[in-house]
Design a protein around this ligand. Sequence first.
Ligand code: RI2
Length: 308
Amino acid sequence: MQQLLDTAEKIRTMEIRGAGRIAAAAARALRDYVEMLETSSFEEFVAKVEKAKSILIETRPTAVSLPNAVMLAGSYDAETVEKARSQILDSATEFIQNADNALDNIGEIGAKRLRDGDTVMTHCNSHAALAIIKTAHKQGKRIKVYATESRPRRQGFITIKELSDAGIDTTLIVDSAVRYTMKNVDTVIVGADSITVNGALVNKIGTSQLALAAHEARVNFISAAETYKFSPSTLFGDLVEIEERDPEEVISKDKLGDMPDVKISNPAFDVTPSEYIDLIVTEAGAFPPQMAYVIIKEHLGWELEKMG
Ligand code: RI2
């Protein structure tokens, strides 16, 4: 259990971050926990596995990849400890493997949307979005990238490191330079934390500003998202909760000093409506956002059965 609690803490503090990485880490933690779980009582096994699942799911509220991963990795229908254990080990291993392959497919499919000489803007740090840019670069296309800083956690620094290590022409901009810079951009590519049934994209705070600026400048806007980033529960009316993080991430109490009454708001994500999204690139193909329902139905049907 201690290992699982450590992983949960790393997800909460964002030592492990990025909707896809969170999902894979949770699947691994659940697999390792189940592998070591010592009990011969099936009731106890079920209770402990369910408890472990909720600990992982409760770490961060917005990225649906987390509950989807825990449900897919932790699925079993056997009614004995050993059979259920072996089913979960198989499901979790399959999820982790599929998640890895998904990034390769997203890279291949999305790279077709980039032409030699294109300029891309990206936000935060998305492994799925970077898979597209890196694949196009590997194919010999000359791609130039503007990466936003992405305050307050500055994940843009991880992005520029990854891009420059890959030998890609990279420029860092502050978040407020998005609209000014958009005139030089051909395509915006971002990741996804959740995609709702009506095709809205929930992603790092500031994404909707990129989308708005891209729309105004007639620039393509693409989200790169594995199918497990679509949210089945939105089909049943649930809203995606936007995580509000510690104000200390924005400014420390010391620096606020003599302004103790000033409040700090630190929402970690925002919502981009489907009208501003040209395409969602998944491992199963490139879809318009209006097809979110079909993706949920075909790829996350297990969840619908449980709910329906
Ligand atoms: P990949 C990140 O959230 C960003 O919002 C990013 O766009 C999204 O996860 C998807 O990332 P955070 O964990 O799965 O930094 O594509 O809050 O890596």
